[in-house]
Ligand binder design. Structure first.
Ligand SMILES: [Zn+2]
Ligand SMILES: [Zn+2]
Length: 147
């Protein structure tokens, strides 16, 4: 009998001090153009893969920075204290999940964005797939249909 296995996605920060393994497919892959994501990414957006907390294992020391987002939620950005690569983010409005920085994924090509948020804040030169659903601000959306 064949054993069912869930695909694991591995990732590292730039220096390798932080390593993570995410099990299975993400709940959603979102591209965010909010003011804070532009600053932490150093460019026009972040791309994040949302996973439930229990499907991600992270090893290595992490530094965190928290702020209050426009909708009042507390958002925490976690990054490597050595190389400052963004690793993941959490949001007080959705405590069951975290969002991994897709740029740290080894198989980044598998994480195609499915939705765009804060499209109002998108610089005109940051081109996105025009067929993607886009929300001008943060949509009032929570993952509820998880297996
Ligand atoms: Zn690092
Ligand atoms: Zn954002």
């Amino acid at each position: 009998m064949r054993k069912f296995t869930i695909k694991e996605h591995e990732g590292n920060c730039l220096c390798g001090a932080v390593h993570f393994v995410a099990s299975g497919d993400p709940v959603v892959v979102a591209q965010c153009h909010c003011v804070e994501c532009k600053k932490t990414s150093g460019t026009g957006h972040t791309t994040g893969a949302m996973y439930s907390l229990d499907s991600v294992q992270i090893t290595g020391a992490i530094s965190k920075y928290s702020y209050v987002a426009a909708n009042g939620n507390n958002v925490t950005k976690a990054f490597c204290p050595v190389c400052s690569s963004p690793v993941y983010g959490t949001n007080s409005g959705n405590t069951e999940h975290l969002t991994i920085a897709v740029g740290c994924m080894e198989d980044i090509a598998e994480f195609t964005p499915e939705v765009v948020i804060f499209s109002d804040n998108k610089p005109h030169w940051d081109l996105i797939d025009p067929d993607l659903p886009a929300f001008a601000k943060q949509p009032n959306w929570k993952p509820e249909n998880e297996a």
